[in-house]
Design a protein around this ligand. Sequence first.
Ligand code: PLP
Length: 224
Amino acid sequence: MARSSMNISDCISKIYQEIPSNIRLIAVTKQVDAARIRETYRKAGLKDFGENKLQEALPKKELLSDLDDLCWHFIGHLQANKAKKVLEEFQWIHSVDNLSLLQRLERLAHQMNIQRSICLQVKALPDPDKFGWTIEQLWQDIAEIEKCQTLQIKGLMTILPLGLSKEEKIAAFSSIRNLAQTLSQSSSLSLDQLSMGMSGDYLEAVSSGATMIRLGEALFGNRN
Ligand SMILES: *Cc1c(COP(=O)(O)O)cnc(C)c1O
């Protein structure tokens, strides 16, 4: 049966038959309207929602502002001039993809006196079309990253390039898990969270140690 004709609770139960219950499922709601987000919350009990564009997220968040136990995750490329607003609106930012952005967020979070959870976005494989640290750059920047006092740097996030085999996906996700472990052992950071896995690769991500998966089409059907 096509996902779009399945109701959202059945869809989520089906996914939880495939993955451990302690995996945090983030419903990616780009192009999904506020009414459908509300239904996902009411019928399926999901509380974690991810958006990749601030301008799209704001009116939906406004319409859902009566639901005070939602947790909003920013997962898209973040431009420096939107950093303050994203800090105000989102509890998690998964897509911090360079040092100067991280330092700006740190300064702002300190000034605003707020705590936010952060993932560092890393490229598991070379990919000119994606944002994120390369593994080498991340090692170079780690001493500066460790200086963040206000932001809570919780883990790594990755997006794999398209077209990989199952084995290649597992190898790429596992390299990010190993990177998080090695960095945690050799710095003051505790990178316990791994935000990896989307509709096309979440099973490989979970088998490679993902703690958070970000699902859009697997829950809501195909986007345009
Ligand atoms: C769109 C998006 C997702 C969800 O993708 P699906 O293939 O629809 O599951 C996950 N992460 C990021 C960063 C995205 O932009």
